[in-house]
Design a protein around this ligand. Structure first.
Ligand SMILES: [Zn+2]
Length: 378
């Protein structure tokens, strides 16, 4: 079997019609000038590029042959013992291409959903508390200039809550690295409502609205124990590490136009703690409460009140008559001339706060704390 091809001697652009055939470990090149025998080891075959002819270059000069792609060339190359590289062979098969694409997608998804959280969990305890503390101080200062207002709780009440908070924190040696960076900060946030938040640097913010919603201080301590859980397990630091990695990867990958992508990724990861983290903080709180001879059901009661409040608020029926100073969100938007950006600020920060983001799993958490409080010891 022979294959028609064109031969270039490397010295001129003139092409010569030749025929190619496979011999024993060699290529037989038949031209009007005679027969050339070229050992297979001296031949370099180009990779297929679309429908362009493939070249067979010969060692020891610039001479080469060009042959059109097709079954004849494939048969000749096969007879010479030539095999396309693996990547080329896979490219030619759409099933393999799809499988490879799927494998890449699954790998990236696995990195995103498991690898990244795992890495952040490993790294978080080693990030200096001082670094997290200064980042958190900046964030807190920004919020103090916008959404947060000074607390109006009576001094006496604040002192009592602070004392209880310090007793709780002292019950967990794992909080020792925070030292005096661990603090309870009283703020009012009428536009946000009853909430609490633990910054990864050790600053826990407790809103007046939450204090007023709970007439029983023990329930407030249960909430603070849960917030201490987020700190002790470094949940905030883990979230921060994950968003930073996503932002850095997106920036490196997409360049300057990546602002939107970075914002989306960061928002995705920052849209509250995961359900696992909430459960972990609940378990932690249950242990801490029991160490003080208290019942984990206190946290269930607190959760129930918060859930009831936020559900009512979502329905637009919560009002000052609920016993808090929290304004009705709908009324605010309609009545007081807030700008659109104010509303965006509010919606943005709500996602970062603890007790709203956990809403979908609240019922399950309450049941878990009430029905099986011993689960916390596992
Ligand atoms: Zn939480």
């Amino acid at each position: 079997m022979t294959l028609d091809a064109h031969y270039f001697d490397g010295r001129s652009s003139r092409r010569h019609s030749v025929s190619l055939a496979a011999g024993e470990g060699c290529l037989l090149l038949d031209s009007p000038d005679g027969m050339r025998i070229i050992p297979v080891a001296d031949i370099r075959v180009s990779e297929p590029q679309g429908s362009a002819p493939r070249t067979l270059r010969f060692a020891g000069g610039d001479a080469f042959c060009e042959a059109g792609q097709g079954p004849e060339l494939d048969a000749l190359l096969a007879a010479l013992g030539y095999r396309n590289p693996v990547a080329v062979r896979l490219q030619g098969r759409w099933r393999w291409a799809l499988i490879c694409l799927g494998a890449i997608f699954l790998t990236l998804a696995a990195c995103y959903f498991w690898g990244l959280p795992w890495g952040a969990k490993v790294i978080a305890p080693h990030v200096p508390v001082s670094a997290m503390h200064s980042i958190s101080e900046t964030a807190l200062a920004q919020l103090d200039g916008s959404l947060f207002k000074p607390s109006t709780l009576p001094e006496e009440r604040r002192r009592k809550l602070l004392k209880g908070f310090q007793a709780l924190a002292a019950a967990d040696p794992d909080l020792a690295p925070f030292g005096d960076r661990l603090s309870l900060n009283f703020r009012a946030a009428p536009r946000i409502g009853p909430n609490a938040f633990a910054f990864p640097g050790g600053q826990i913010v407790l809103f007046d609205e939450l204090v007023r919603l709970h007439d029983d201080d023990e329930e407030i301590f249960a909430i603070l124990a849960h917030e201490l859980g987020h700190l002790s397990k470094r949940h905030g630091a883990r979230q921060l590490i994950q968003s930073s990695v996503i932002a850095a990867v997106a920036a490196a990958w997409l360049g300057d136009i990546s602002y939107a992508a970075v914002a989306v990724s960061t928002a995705l990861l920052n849209s509250g703690y995961s359900r696992d983290m909430e459960r972990e903080a609940d378990d932690y709180a249950a242990i801490l409460l029991r160490r003080q001879g208290k019942s984990p059901a206190l946290l269930a009661n607190a959760l129930e009140k918060l859930d009831r409040f936020h559900q009512a608020r979502q329905r637009g029926t919560a009002s000052r008559s609920s016993g808090t100073e929290t304004a009705d969100k709908t009324g605010e938007k309609n009545g007081s001339g807030n700008t659109a950006s104010d509303d965006e600020d509010e919606d943005g920060i709500e996602k970062h706060l603890d007790w709203l983001s956990s809403h979908p799993g609240t019922g399950e958490r309450i049941r878990r704390l009430r029905e099986n409080p011993e689960s916390a010891d596992r």
